[in-house]
Design a protein around this ligand. Structure first.
Ligand code: SF4
Length: 464
């Protein structure tokens, strides 16, 4: 038995796309003879996979790095490795300002994690910094990376649910966003590579697969496929039909003007494809959307929502908005509120705009004061809370399929689970407070639930 190279403790921050990168890095490390430990105090090496989408996320990444750096002083850890989006954006700053960090791994270098953990230093003594060439701080970009079905991956989500990254990068010019700057140009995974991974995850017991990317609706554009996502979903529905375990194939991150009739018909045609559409719209005012370089307007979006609801009966709709974008007037915000009232989304996220030094919007005039941004964010969320409460109440009395996930995070007296209309981590859930005679809830079981009550976002149900 090959001797272990040591124990690695991992912290994964940010979105599910970053989580998949962490799972790949852990898989690669295991394959190279390292042990992954959940106990940071017992780790020889600590890795933080960072997020740097917006300022609050950057702050969380910096705080986490400093927290783990403390462990290097007090605990067993010898090395601290920083990976992820913050490395791509601030590689030079981290090297200059965080001497606690021993190695950096960019988003295209994740299969190099072993070398970083094993001692390939990127950090040099402080007095050398001034004389080092610039490209030491900003090395030439490495080849765009995207894992495939043969890449080792240590899954961290429950056995019954898994993310599949079907694409990486983005070619859209949204002026508030810096993601294309560090995740690079859009690139799809090979069609059969995704299908092979889906098959394997099914055999490993996954009931649910969640397809992710910066924009999944562009899938296949670079492979010469027309309506590539619809074609991929058709293939994955066939994989699920053949699978003992696979039941739900869910897609996230649709770009509005890429939602085609073919895509909607495909989702409607296959019971294995969740009746679920996640489509960040970002705003509803034509002038704000124009400044965001996203185009369209509230009326166009309402027609699109109508078409989605007509094509996929009972579809669950999720979206997200940015409030306080430079130039957003009170009238623009009122227009957004009226749109949200008319649209009646099931799930909605709202972000307050923040200047990022390299996003295009940083140069726009009409900056909205932080206090006003926060007020608008709260107003829009409370409007959605009322809508969500009404929509949840309308589900009382219905009986549906539920994926039981375990004891509730809130109280360990109750079990909890999710419906087809509830994505992991971001939507509401079902709290199970009663079980029919002869039934025993189990983690990962698919069962039937009768909805008996509703809260603002969550439902209460009885397993039947
Ligand atoms: S679609 Fe726009 S917001 Fe989304 S990752 Fe691409 S540039 Fe950013």
């Amino acid at each position: 038995m090959e001797e272990s190279k040591g124990k690695v403790g991992f912290v994964s921050l940010g979105c599910p796309k970053n989580l998949v990168d962490s799972e790949v890095m852990m898989g690669v490390l295991q394959r190279q003879g390292w042990e992954i430990t959940a106990d940071a105090a017992d780790a020889d090496v600590l890795v933080v996979n960072t997020c740097s989408f917006i300022q609050p996320a950057q702050q969380e990444s910096v705080d986490t790095i400093l927290e783990l750096a403390e462990l290097k002083k007090t605990g067993k850890a010898q090395r601290l490795v920083v990976a992820g989006c913050m490395v791509e954006r601030f590689r030079g700053d981290i090297l200059r300002e965080m001497p606690e960090v021993d190695a950096l791994v960019g988003t295209n270098e994740i299969e190099g994690i072993g070398a970083a953990c094993g001692g390939a230093p990127t950090n040099v003594s402080a007095n050398l910094l001034p004389i080092l060439p610039q490209d030491f701080f900003d090395p030439r970009p490495t080849a765009p990376y995207l894992y495939d079905e043969l890449t080792p991956r240590l899954r961290t989500t429950p056995r019954h649910s898994a993310y599949i990254k079907i694409a990486e990068g983005c070619d859209h010019p949204c002026t508030f966003c810096v993601i294309p700057q560090y995740r690079g140009q859009f690139r799809s995974r090979r069609f059969e590579s995704v299908a092979a991974e889906a098959q394997r995850l099914g055999t490993e017991g996954a009931h649910e697969l969640v397809l992710i990317g910066q924009d999944t609706t562009c899938y296949g554009d670079d492979l010469g496929l027309k309506d590539g996502l619809a074609a991929l979903l058709t293939r994955l529905a066939a994989v699920a039909r053949e699978s003992e375990h696979l039941r739900w194939i869910r897609s996230l991150y649709f770009y509005p003007n890429r939602v085609t009739p073919k895509l909607l018909d495909t989702i409607a045609a296959h019971p294995q494809l969740c009746n679920y559409v996640d489509m960040p719209l970002q705003h509803a005012s034509a002038s704000v959307l124009k400044r965001m370089k996203r185009g369209a307007n509230g009326d166009i979006f309402l027609k699109l929502l109508e078409r989605i609801r007509a094509t996929i009966p009972g579809v669950a709709l999720r979206t997200s908005f940015i409030v306080g974008f430079p130039g957003e007037t009170e009238a623009d915000f009122d227009e957004l509120c009226a749109f949200v009232e008319a649209a009646q989304f099931d799930w909605m996220g709202v972000f307050g705009y923040s200047d990022e030094d390299t996003n295009a919007a940083v140069h726009l005039d009409g900056k909205v004061p932080a206090k006003v941004i926060e007020q608008r964010r709260r107003r829009l969320m409370s409007l959605q809370k009322r809508i969500s409460r009404r929509r949840r109440r309308a589900q009382v009395g219905q009986e549906m399929e539920i994926l039981v996930e375990g004891l509730s995070e809130e109280t360990d007296l109750l079990w909890q689970g999710r419906l087809e209309s509830q994505a992991p981590e971001i939507d509401g859930k079902v709290l199970i407070n009663d079980v029919a005679e002869g039934l025993t809830p189990e983690v990962g079981m698919l069962a039937r639930v009768e909805i008996t009550a509703a809260q603002d976002y969550d439902l209460i149900g009885r397993l039947v």
